[in-house]
Design a binder for this molecule. Structure first.
Ligand SMILES: Nc1ncnc2c1ncn2[C@@H]1O[C@H](COP(=O)(O)OP(=O)(O)OP(=O)(O)O)[C@@H](O)[C@H]1O
Ligand SMILES: [Mg+2]
Length: 193
């Protein structure tokens, strides 16, 4: 896979990804490490169907998503991908529970089942007692846990996290990584044979 980035003037082409190939199997927990500017965020944006590769293809659970239209890519993101960003990207004026329900609200699917699911995820991640609170009342680690819970709301086939621990101290950072790893382990779909 190859990806070119262009600056605003369009006269300066940066090769952000050069000959990248990666195969991640179900249940794998993969960390991508590299110096600043080496293309990690660019790669995650492509893996998350936010950007399309300049050359090459991307398959998600067997489906080639390289040739999909922007509308179809939105569907893929909605149904199959969970994102956790470096800063938790919570909406300041929504309660913790509503952060999880925002997507269901937007696609008109907020109902008893989704509310129950949000509350279950929150208690599972140790945030049940915080469901009615706003982000400003949470610690950095708690915010990241909300972001993880939010990324799991659509039962994604893949969770992508771009430096989810960058704003945390090492102990809380480790907790967040452990939590993500545990979620991956507990969600592995059993093979059908
Ligand atoms: N919007 C953009 N327009 C043009 N070039 C960009 C843009 N975003 C990133 N780049 C360039 O693409 C390359 C890869 O950037 P990227 O953000 O993927 O790196 P990174 O590995 O995530 O870095 P960091 O560890 O600092 O987050 C860099 O050379 C960067 O300058
Ligand atoms: Mg980055």
């Amino acid at each position: 896979m190859l990806f070119y980035r262009f600056n605003w003037e369009g006269d300066n082409k940066v090769i952000a990804l050069d000959d990248i190939s990666l195969n991640v199997r179900a249940g794998e927990f993969v960390a991508i490490v590299g110096p600043s500017g080496s293309g990690k965020s660019t790669f995650l944006s492509i893996a998350g169907a936010l950007l399309s590769p300049s050359k090459g293809r991307l398959r998600l659970n067997g489906e080639d998503i390289t040739t999909l239209s922007p509308k179809e890519l939105t569907r893929v993101r909605l149904e199959k991908i969970g994102f956790v960003f470096q800063s938790s990207n919570l909406v300041p004026y929504l309660s913790v529970r509503d952060q999880l329900l925002l997507l269901s609200e937007l696609i008109g699917k907020r109902d008893k089942t989704t509310v129950k699911k949000a509350d279950e995820l929150l208690s599972h991640l140790g945030l049940g007692h915080r469901a009615g609170h706003f982000p400003e009342a949470l610690s950095g680690g708690e915010r990241q846990r909300v972001a993880i819970a939010r990324s799991l709301m659509n039962d994604p086939e893949i969770i992508l996290a771009d430096e989810p621990t960058a704003s945390l101290d090492s102990k809380r950072g480790r907790d967040v990584v452990e939590m993500l790893a545990n979620e991956v382990k507990s969600r592995i779909k059993q093979p059908s044979w």
